[in-house]
Write a protein that binds this ligand. Structure first.
Ligand SMILES: [Zn+2]
Length: 289
């Protein structure tokens, strides 16, 4: 668990490297990512991209775009990597705090649009505790509430807590979606792999058509996203509130960009990558501490 009480969590990495092949949802190109164990003393999650294996730490300060997914880069004309949120969510969800991610393309493989491919990869690689105690930093445990408002009534807020809890509410004017809520309380026994990881990316058909017309979502298919039509879903939902669970999955991934495990009760209403990463940036900077 990445969610031990403040001041007492364990850093964890992989036992062996594991390679995950697939396609990028935006480029439609084949890509592969290799998760590589970190050595002592660890240094968080670090992407290695481009010809020179340029290192990009998974930190909110390295976010370069949040319009369709979360993109990390080194700024300027340097290399970047897109669609990092599902991998980061899986790592946080199963408690892996430190590893390298070698990427041979501009974005991570999308799998089935959920975080299952990454949870399975970590399961295949195995995990081990890093020997040293957490060095350099304690978990982020805000003592004051933080409220970050977004557009259209969206917000994220957090309250002091002795463990991490996430609650997400989404609201769409669509008869099959409406208002959905999802909650994840790992200290209370909620299992990430079975409750959250399987929730897939979704898109409304009019958005999907607009993205395709703009030359985006080229790798998008009925195998890696749930398409919402006016009167039906493209495939049966895995959970009644699958969309809210997916937004929670995304939120957990984006929150990990704070750079350290977060210990707080977090409530997000209509979250977006932009709002999530803004919140992570505040946590990274010590707001509310
Ligand atoms: Zn997502």
């Amino acid at each position: 668990m990445a969610t031990a009480a403040a001041g007492s969590f364990t850093r964890r990495t992989l036992l062996a490297p594991v390679t995950v092949p697939g396609i990028g949802i935006h480029s439609g190109e084949p890509v592969k990512a290799t998760l590589v164990p970190a050595g002592e003393p660890g240094g968080g999650v670090v992407f290695r991209v481009g010809p020179g294996a340029q290192e990009i730490p998974a930190r909110a300060s390295n976010v370069t775009d949040t319009r369709r997914c979360t993109v990390l880069g080194s700024g300027g004309a340097g290399a970047g990597v897109a669609t990092v949120e599902h991998l980061l969510s899986a790592l946080a969800g199963v408690g892996v705090t430190d590893c390298f991610v070698d990427v041979d393309g501009p974005e991570l493989p999308i799998g089935d649009g959920s975080a299952r491919l990454w949870v399975e990869a970590v399961g295949k690689a195995g995990v081990r505790d890093l020997a040293g105690a957490w060095t350099g930093a304690e978990p982020i445990a805000p003592r004051e509430p933080i409220l970050v408002p977004g557009a259209g009534g969206a917000f994220i807020t957090c309250f002091p807590s002795d463990s991490l809890r996430l609650t997400v509410v989404i609201a769409f004017e669509h008869p099959l979606v409406g208002t959905q809520a999802a909650r994840w309380d790992p200290a209370g026994g909620d299992d990430y792999a079975s409750e959250i990881a399987g929730a897939r990316t979704f898109g409304f058909i009019e958005e999907v058509e607009a993205l395709r017309a703009a030359g985006l979502a080229r790798g998008g298919s009925l195998d890696n996203a749930v398409v919402v039509y006016p009167d039906r879903f493209s495939t049966p939902p895995r959970f009644a509130n699958e969309m809210a669970r997916h937004k929670l999955l995304d939120l957990l991934g984006d929150l990990s960009l704070a750079g350290r495990p977060v210990v707080a009760d977090i409530v997000a209403h209509r979250p977006s990558h932009r709002l999530n990463t803004e919140f992570a940036r505040l946590l990274e900077r010590g707001v509310g501490a």
